[in-house]
Design a protein around this ligand. Structure first.
Ligand SMILES: [Zn+2]
Length: 700
């Protein structure tokens, strides 16, 4: 069966916009590299497209917008399975009895779907699924990165945090106290800061205003709040401050998502995004304040949201009330009563002989993280981070998310899929990922999690069947990244594969950052304890640029006081890494030299697709196969590379115009959002992915 045409571009504009940013995504857009680096209008785009060499001709011919399918899509469901490698999903296919079975039996499977960026992590992946573009476009280059802060120092940024621009210093009503001592006037807006100062005489982060007080006294404030309150009480003009506090939010996304475009084009449309992880829910939804976005809070066992979403909008307000009721009745304190304290295996399947079913790997106990005990039953009560965290690191979190999604779907007031405009529901199931981190992607725990997810998706399919006419719901399912097996276990099974891990946690000693800084300090004759590298995350290194240049001490490099800046670090870093980390790292790419990266080097596409000038630091490292950047020196597993096991993910469409089938042409997860957008009649000009819609739809 050949139900698919060549890729249909979303719009002519979507096909060829943004020349330089498109560079590197060769799997799906071979002609994109030839475009000039400028932003172009759709009309201009069309004329350029017509002038392109013959390679582009089929694309243009296919670019005619296809007619509306017979039954319009009323609800698009963007579904992510966190950390789901395609081969593993298919390997266990005989086990599935419910939702995964229906998805694979009835959906269209794009079996050769690969990410084309190197930091295959949760934040980047969900951003790509939400927008149809790689990190160089979304700006979400890894889960955490290092950038220059407003104070001129380097800072570490969690991808799901943003400046709190709504917070006004001096509000809400704050503690206030002035204390005169030693010719200074100390001003406090924080009771704890006053108590600490009285006990120790130290005012840690005091903001000083020499001579600005009464009779020329120096003012010492404990915070900007104190400055604001002082000015107000003394009738002085207000000062403005750049935001210093952060909140959890989607603000790091540089482009609109499918959800953002949907509510812009169709103001009645509803966007609801639910996930176990904050970054997943945020980046699948987008930045529009009208969205309803909730994720699981590991501290309280409840679903929470970001202050950037505004519950005075109808959907956000209705979902807020629904979630509040859900938290009281079915989450939080109710969880131990509902789920119990043990994660037990599901009963053996009855639909097939157990001996015929593919089995997970055995003998992994020495490599697993024992927070909930090794081997079934897992004791959720012994998790040192508490019961609610244990729920998050077990398949129960997927069940809880499904419960909430079913409540949202059933709610007539929220009315998903029942309005005049199509709606978007985004769901991300995280248990695959967190369980694989603890127990290994090849573990029995992982299979049990997949079996339970199968049942949860089955409940969702039943709800779709019950609530909506056939064909009016379309699901696009993918993953934010794949997963590696446990490197040491992989090596034990296949001695020819070295594998390994670099320790990323700065709490673990020695860690990779510390080792690298020590080696560079020796190599460059820097004073002992120097830290020329500020941080390591994903496969990026960021130099401590504001601290540069450093000054050398006398030694093998020559006399003292030699200046050591980024150029000098660039000059020695590849050699240092090659000599000391050859087993883990195969190549070092300096961002300062990225104009000279060779496009015929296969890894370069993955680096360029992940590059953001403000967020990618100074260096990309390229890991060897089965090498992790991981927080634990010996146990657990991870993901995050450009290797097959991390990039090869499912891309499956079910419902709407899709029929059962499989395509093996090369596709990317960046195609998911454009495909849903096509069915919702929304344009995604920032997407680089392609709409993968059935030919039957295009030809009708
Ligand atoms: Zn993930």
């Amino acid at each position: 069966m050949q139900p698919f045409t060549h890729p249909i571009t979303m719009t002519p504009g979507a096909a060829i916009q943004s020349g330089p940013r498109r560079r590197g995504v060769t799997a799906a857009s071979p002609q994109a590299c030839k475009l000039t680096p400028m932003r172009i209008t759709r009309t201009a785009a069309l004329s350029i497209l017509l002038a392109l060499p013959t390679a582009a001709a089929p694309r243009q011919a296919r670019a005619t917008p296809s007619p509306t399918p017979a039954r319009p899509v009323k609800l698009a469901v963007l579904m992510a399975i966190d950390g789901m490698n395609y081969d593993r999903l298919m390997q266990y296919r005989p086990w599935y009895v419910a939702g995964l079975k229906r998805l694979l039996d009835e959906g269209h499977d794009f079996s050769a779907t690969h990410y084309r960026h190197i930091n295959t992590e949760t934040g980047p992946g969900h951003s790509s699924l939400g927008t149809g573009a790689p990190p160089r476009v979304t700006g979400v280059v890894s889960n955490r990165w290092f950038e220059l802060g407003p104070d001129g120092r380097m800072r570490s940024v969690n991808c799901a945090t943003q400046w709190d621009t709504q917070r006004v210093p001096g509000t809400p009503a704050l503690f206030y106290r002035e204390v005169e001592r030693d010719g200074r006037l100390y001003v406090f807006a924080q009771r704890a800061a006053l108590a600490a100062w009285e006990a120790s005489g130290e005012l840690g982060k005091a903001i000083l205003r020499p001579g600005a007080g009464p009779q020329g006294a120096t003012l010492a404030f404990d915070s900007e709040d104190a400055i604001t309150l002082y000015n107000w009480r003394h009738g002085r003009p207000a000062e403005t401050f750049p935001p210093r506090e952060t909140v959890t939010g989607p603000g790091n996304l540089r482009v609109p998502t499918l959800g953002d475009r949907l509510v812009q084009v169709r103001p009645g449309a509803r966007v609801v995004s639910l996930a176990a992880k904050d970054r997943s829910a945020l980046f699948m939804a987008g930045r529009d304040a009208r969205h309803a976005v909730y994720w699981y809070d590991k501290d309280t066992g409840r679903f929470v949201t970001s202050p950037v979403y505004d519950p005075s909008y109808p959907t956000a307000g209705l979902v807020k009330r629904l979630v509040a009721g859900f938290n009281t009745r079915r989450a939080g304190a109710q969880l131990p009563g509902r789920f119990g304290l043990l994660w037990k295996k599901l009963p053996a399947p009855t639909h097939a002989a157990l001996s015929n079913l593919p089995a997970p790997a055995a003998g992994l106990a020495d490599y697993q993280l024992p927070a909930q005990g090794v081997g079934f039953d897992h004791d959720l009560g012994r998790d040192p981070a508490g019961y609610f965290n244990a729920v998050y690191t077990s398949p129960l979190v997927d069940e809880l998310l499904t419960d909430l999604a079913l409540d949202v779907l059933a709610d007539a007031k929220v009315g998903l899929g029942r309005g005049d405009t199509p709606d978007l529901l985004a769901l991300s199931f995280a248990a695959q990922d967190v369980v694989s981190h603890s127990f290994g992607a090849e573990s029995e725990e992982n299979l049990e999690t997949l079996r339970r997810l199968d049942l949860q998706l089955g409940r969702l399919f039943e709800a779709f069947d019950r609530l909506f006419p056939p064909g009016s719901v379309v699901i696009g399912l993918s993953a934010d990244h794949g997963f590696a097996p446990i490197p040491e276990a992989q090596h034990a099974r296949h001695p020819e594969i070295a594998g390994g891990r670099l320790v990323s946690s700065e709490r673990s000693t020695p860690n990779f950052l510390e080792r690298l800084n020590r080696l560079l300090t020796d190599e460059l004759c820097l004073p002992p304890g120097s830290r020329p590298i500020f941080g390591v995350d994903g496969w990026n290194l960021a130099y401590d640029k504001p601290a540069l240049p450093l000054r050398s001490v006398a030694g093998t490099c020559g006399p003292a006081e030699r200046l050591v800046g980024a150029e000098q670090i660039d000059a020695v870093l590849p050699g240092v890494v090659t000599r000391h980390f050859a087993e883990e790292i195969s190549a070092v790419y300096l961002n300062a030299q990225r104009a000279r990266w060779r496009d015929d080097d296969p890894v370069v596409e993955f680096l360029r697709n992940d590059f953001d000038a403000e967020r990618s630091g100074d260096v990309f490292l390229v890991p060897r196969p089965f090498v992790l950047m991981h927080w634990d020196p010996a146990r657990g597993s991870g993901h995050g590379s450009h290797h097959e096991y991390d990039t090869h993910v499912p891309l499956i469409f079910w419902g709407g115009p899709f029929k059962a089938g499989r395509s093996s042409e090369p596709t990317t997860p960046y195609d998911l959002a454009p495909t849903l957008a096509h069915l919702l009649h929304v344009e995604l000009p920032d997407a680089i992915g392609l709409a993968r819609v059935p030919a039957i739809d295009a030809q009708r």
